[in-house]
Design a protein around this ligand. Structure first.
Ligand code: AMP
Length: 288
């Protein structure tokens, strides 16, 4: 496995593979890898001859009061996991390579895709995400890039940005990988205390509670949100940041009764650690 540290090295490797007729897929990550990331590596591998994993804890997507310094890092372990997973190259630029002195260009996706959910609670977050993904696409020049549905708003933002900027990158989206108790895998899970970890599966229980009502025919957004909220309230250490239902495609508010696929999205604090999760509720054809 090659270790690439500069944009020039990444581009040279990618272009050499393409000259051999190989498709290149990128899996952008912030490291501290887990099975969720590795599932995206497998998805990428199924669609391309060469897989590049990027590891970059992107300062531009963290607010001043957020957990940039606390964010877990272990490059040695990540390198071993990527090697084992058959990754062809690890791209781990430092901050100065991505944002050199004088850096002044940012990509902003405007409108409903970034107005609500994490966009409302983390000002500037998606500007940082869109900027770094656009830059990773420019540096690695992948044919495809894999993202996790766990970060559903990120997928929507990256999809819009890729289309709007005419970037020739196919987006691959993988399902959320979970612990056996339902907790979505996240690098931030390592920051939970044992007591917080024990209560963290409440996010999935809240999604399941709303989904069960939905399956039983409930279409009132207020009722579905209330089902999720009640489930969250059962975990005393959980401090909900938001519980929201939005249109699954546009991310606009879902309206009082669900008639189109809706994204039920949660962000919940446990101490200083903020976890997110989501589920898509799809009314079956012909239902009202
Ligand atoms: P991160 O390192 O948290 O920025 O995540 C890198 C990529 O992995 C993003 O596309 C995430 O959506 C994806 N990802 C994170 N957690 C999971 C998970 N539990 N299941 C599937 N994909 C995930």
């Amino acid at each position: 496995m090659r270790i690439l540290r500069t944009a020039a090295e990444a581009r040279a490797a990618s272009r050499a593979w393409k000259r051999e007729g190989l498709r290149v897929a990128l899996v952008p990550t912030m490291g501290y890898l887990h099975e969720g990331h590795l599932s995206l590596v497998r998805l990428a591998r199924a669609r391309a001859g060469r897989v590049v994993v990027s590891i970059f804890v992107n300062p531009a997507q963290f607010g001043p009061a957020e957990d940039l310094d606390r964010y877990p890092r272990d490059l040695a372990r990540d390198t071993a996991l990527c090697e084992e997973a058959g990754v062809d190259a690890l791209f781990c630029p430092d901050a100065g390579e991505v944002y050199p002195p004088g850096y002044a260009t940012y990509v902003t996706v405007e409108g409903a895709l970034t107005a609500g959910l994490c966009g409302a609670r983390r000002p500037g977050h998606f500007r940082g995400v869109a900027t770094v993904v656009a830059k990773l696409f420019a540096m690695v020049e992948p044919d495809a890039a894999a993202f996790g549905q766990k970060d559903a708003q990120q997928v929507a933002v990256v999809r819009r940005m890729t289309a709007d900027l005419n970037l020739p990158v196919e987006l691959l989206v993988g399902p959320t990988v979970r612990e056996t108790d339902g907790l979505a895998l996240s690098s931030r899970n390592a920051c939970l205390t044992p007591a917080e970890r024990a209560q963290a599966p409440v996010l999935k229980r809240a999604l399941d509670a709303a989904a069960a009502r939905f399956e039983a025919g409930e279409r009132s957004a207020a009722e579905l949100l209330s089902a999720a909220g009640t489930a969250l309230a059962a975990a005393p250490l959980a401090r909900p940041d938001y519980v929201d239902l939005v249109d699954a495609e546009t991310l606009e508010p879902a309206g009082p009764a669900l008639v189109r696929p809706a994204l039920l999205a949660l962000a919940v604090y446990f101490g200083a650690t903020r976890l997110i999760d989501n589920a898509v509720l799809t009314p079956s054809f012909g239902s009202c």
